[in-house]
Ligand binder design. Structure first.
Ligand SMILES: *Cc1c(COP(=O)(O)O)cnc(C)c1O
Ligand SMILES: [Zn+2]
Length: 373
C-alpha cells in the first residue's frame, strides 16, 4: 500500500485559541479546553487510485496515519451510492449501514484506532448513544486495545449487546446522553479519551465520505449534501473532504450542506434560524432518533459555520415524519434504524419544497438490526 503523501507537517490546531501542538504526542483537547482540528493539507493524485481495492483506505495519501503497519481495518468503505425515488423526486443515498459494525461511525473509528495503535495507547474511554461506542469497540477488538464505553441507560439493547460482544466494558449511565458524556470525561482523567466528538482523527476518517461520493459521481460534487446531525461528525468530516477536493482542483464547486435535526432535539436548527453563533441551552423531548439526540453539541459553532459558509440550511423533522419515512424505507427493502430515517424524511421534505433541487446526496447511516424503533 502507498504512503501518506510526502511527509507533511501535521499538527493539532485549537479551534478556540489557535494554539498548535505536535501530533507526535497523544492529546484530545487544547490546554484552554477548546476542541482541536488537524492542520493538514493533504495532496491527492487521482492516478494513484487505479487498481487499488474499493475500500476507504484507497485514499491513503489523505489519511493522517504515518505507518501502514499501524492501519486497523476490515477493508471497509466504498459503500454503494444508490438512487432512491421519494415522493418529491429522486436522491442518492450512500448505504453506510453496510459498514462492519453497522453504521458510518466505522469511517472515523478505522482512522482513529489506527492512530491509537501508532501512539501505543493500550486502553481508551468513549461515550456514545450506541453506534460510535459499538464501532470503537469493534476496532479496538481488532487492534487489541482495551475499551470502556459509557452509554445512557435508554440505549437500544442490541447496541449494548454489540459493545459487550466485542469485549469492551459497558458502563450504563442513569440519565441522559449528556450524563454519559460527563461520566466518560471524568474517566478520561486517567485513560485516553477516544471521543468521536472531540478527537479530530475521527473526522479525518468521516471525510472519506466526500471522496467516495465524488469518485462515484465521476469526480463531480453533488449540489446538496444532506445529513442528520447530532454532534456533526459526519457533516463536518464530509465538509472537510469536499474542501480538500476543491482546494486540489478535483471538484469545481462545493455542495451546499442540508442539516436535519429531530424537532424534539434541535439546538443547532434553533441557533441557525435565530442567526446566532450561540447554541441554546439544552432542552429536549424524547425522540425515536436516539443517534442524534444531542442537546449540547460540543462542535456546535463549527457546524453552524460550515452550514452557513456552504450556503446551506437546517430543517427540523417531526416524530411522525421519522416514523413514516422509516416504514416507507423498510417496505422498499432498506432495513435501517429510526435515526437514519431522519435523513430520508428530510430529503423528502426538501424535494417537496424545492422541486428540481439539483443533485442531492445523503446517507443511510445505521442498520435496522441495531434498533428498529
Ligand atoms: C452518529 C449517528 C448519526 C449522527 O452523527 P453525528 O456525528 O452525531 O452528527 C446519525 N445516524 C446514526 C445512525 C448515527 O449513529
Ligand atoms: Zn486552545
Amino acid at each position: 500500500m502507498a504512503e501518506m503523501s510526502p511527509r507533511q507537517r501535521i499538527r493539532f490546531l485549537c479551534h478556540q485559541c489557535q494554539r498548535e501542538f505536535p501530533v507526535r504526542d497523544p492529546r484530545w483537547k487544547c490546554d484552554c479546553g477548546g476542541v482541536l482540528d488537524l492542520d493538514f493539507k493533504p495532496l491527492i493524485d487521482l492516478k494513484k487510485l487505479e487498481g487499488r481495492p474499493p475500500t476507504l483506505w484507497r485514499y491513503r495519501e489523505v489519511l493522517p496515519v504515518e505507518d501502514d503497519g499501524n492501519i486497523v481495518s476490515f477493508d471497509e468503505g466504498f459503500t454503494p451510492l444508490q438512487k432512491i425515488s421519494l415522493t418529491g423526486g429522486e436522491a442518492f443515498f450512500k448505504v453506510d449501514c453496510l459498514f462492519p459494525s453497522g453504521s458510518f461511525k466505522d469511517r472515523g473509528s478505522s482512522i482513529l484506532v489506527s492512530k491509537l495503535k501508532e501512539w501505543g495507547i493500550r486502553e481508551v474511554v468513549e461515550d456514545s448513544s450506541g453506534n460510535a461506542g459499538s464501532s470503537l469497540a469493534g476496532y479496538c477488538a481488532r487492534a487489541g486495545i482495551g475499551c470502556h464505553i459509557y452509554v445512557p441507560r435508554s440505549t437500544s439493547p442490541a447496541k449494548c449487546t454489540q459493545i459487550e460482544a466485542y469485549g469492551a466494558v459497558l458502563h450504563r449511565v442513569p440519565g441522559s446522553r449528556e450524563a454519559a458524556a460527563r461520566a466518560a470525561l471524568e474517566a478520561a482523567g486517567k485513560t485516553y479519551y477516544a471521543s468521536h466528538v472531540w478527537n479530530p482523527f475521527f473526522s479525518q476518517g468521516t471525510k472519506t465520505f466526500a471522496y467516495e461520493v465524488c469518485e462515484q459521481l465521476d469526480w463531480r460534487a453533488p449540489d446538496w449534501l444532506a445529513a442528520a446531525v447530532g454532534n456533526g461528525s459526519l457533516l463536518l468530516g464530509a465538509f472537510t473532504g469536499f474542501t480538500e477536493l476543491l482546494a486540489a482542483g478535483i471538484i469545481k464547486t462545493m455542495p451546499r450542506l442540508l442539516a436535519f435535526q429531530a424537532e424534539a432535539c434541535a439546538p443547532l436548527a434553533e441557533a441557525f434560524m435565530e442567526n446566532s453563533t450561540h447554541v441554546p441551552l439544552p432542552k429536549k423531548r424524547p425522540t425515536a432518533a436516539e443517534g442524534i439526540a444531542v442537546a449540547a453539541p460540543k462542535r456546535g459553532r463549527q457546524i453552524l459555520d460550515a452550514v452557513r459558509q456552504s450556503g446551506g440550511r437546517f430543517m427540523t423533522i417531526a416524530e411522525a415524519e421519522i416514523k413514516e419515512s422509516l416504514r416507507m424505507m423498510w417496505r422498499q427493502g432498506y432495513y435501517i434504524e429510526p435515526t437514519s430515517a431522519v435523513a430520508v424524511a428530510g430529503v423528502e421534505k426538501f424535494l417537496r419544497q424545492e422541486g428540481a433541487a439539483g443533485l442531492v446526496v445523503s446517507t443511510l447511516t445505521g442498520h435496522g438490526l441495531k434498533a428498529s424503533g
